[in-house]
Design a protein around this ligand. Structure first.
Ligand code: SF4
Length: 198
């Protein structure tokens, strides 16, 4: 005796449903629009690069303090909404060369003087600044970042103008150590204040 699912019309109907399911599965894989509609979480910005990959997915390196991290010498951040948006979209990598170089937070304020980095007490901190900058350069190469958004006026991240080493608030032309290293490597650098280089 044939069971109901062996009945030829039922079997044909089941085959039809199976084929429709397969077609739908294929179209979800092949069509990002279908995947977009099928994914109830597609408005989540963390999923966007996977659902609708942007044309330019090259990450941007950003100063960590601009992304809201409290890594400045005095333990504060310098959050910038544009930079924080990039990070939230998964398009930017926050990095602090001074922390990477082994300096604590908070730490003594430092400025550039005759090509060296010194703190208010005259202690030379150039070694730690260079170590951190080199780690940042390595990160840029690993992640293939072609652009960076850095914090203006910092002895590490500043571009075009930095403090003169007198701790009097006087600015002079020049770049921070990390910014200079990125420019030498061909990275396009901008600051949150609009200075451009590279
Ligand atoms: S080194 Fe750069 S990222 Fe770190 S706190 Fe200073 S400006 Fe910000």
């Amino acid at each position: 005796m044939r069971r109901r699912w062996e009945d030829s019309s039922t079997a044909t109907s089941l085959r039809g449903e199976h084929n429709r399911a397969l077609t739908c599965q294929r179209s979800r894989i092949e069509s990002p629009r279908c995947l977009d509609r099928a994914d109830p979480d597609s408005s989540n910005p963390w999923r966007q690069p996977f659902v609708n990959p942007p044309i330019d997915i090259t990450p941007v390196l950003v100063s960590a303090c601009l992304a809201g991290q409290r890594c400045r010498y005095d333990g504060t951040a310098s959050p910038d909404a544009r930079v924080m948006d990039l990070v939230a979209q998964g398009r930017a990598i926050p990095f602090c060369p001074e922390i990477a170089g082994g300096l604590p937070t908070p730490r003594p304020a430092c400025e550039l003087r005759h090509g060296r980095v010194v703190d208010r007490d005259g202690v030379d901190r150039t070694g730690a600044f260079l170590r951190g900058a080199e780690q940042g350069l390595e990160l840029v190469r690993l992640a293939r970042c072609a652009r960076a958004v850095l914090k203006a006026r910092s002895p590490s991240c500043g571009l075009g103008r930095v403090y003169d080493g007198s701790f009097s608030g006087t600015l002079v032309p020049g770049h921070g150590l990390f910014a200079a290293m990125l420019l030498d490597a061909g990275v396009e650098v901008v600051t949150e204040e609009g200075q451009e280089g590279g």
